[in-house]
Design a protein around this ligand. Sequence first.
Ligand code: UDP
Length: 141
Amino acid sequence: MPVERTLSIIKPDAVAKNIIGKIYSRFEDNGLKIIAARMLHLSQADAEGFYAVHRSRPFFNDLVKFMISGPVVVQVLEGEDAIKKNRDLMGATDPKKAEKGTIRADFADSIDANAVHGSDAIETAAVEIAYFFPSLNIYSR
Ligand code: UDP
């Protein structure tokens, strides 16, 4: 399996619930290394830019409003098959449909407030990582 990097965001609902450490443990216990991390409060422009691919979707405005409602924690995860591994750990977008034992099934309340973001492909991972981290701030081990 190739070693990949993926962008993960712990969303405002999960930060407010004080479960950053619990989510980090899911990553670390499953072979994903945190190789860059920062906490920040996204501006409206930050959130709109990050989710630009969803601009025409009906949920876009609510998604942006939610993502700027409080601080988030953004990290780069590295490991074998990291993109799919992280998506598997996250579970389905709608926590009601997510498999038991996934982050969203265990910690998320709704499809809007669903605890985590994870890149969905190699190309999007590269763009999303560059959106938040200059390459000098990524510490691959
Ligand atoms: N979203 C939403 N309503 C929907 C679909 C998506 O609020 O009907 C939000 C949700 O927070 C999701 C994000 O938009 O995580 C991005 O949607 P995507 O389909 O990319 O889901 P993900 O990759 O996060 O599982």
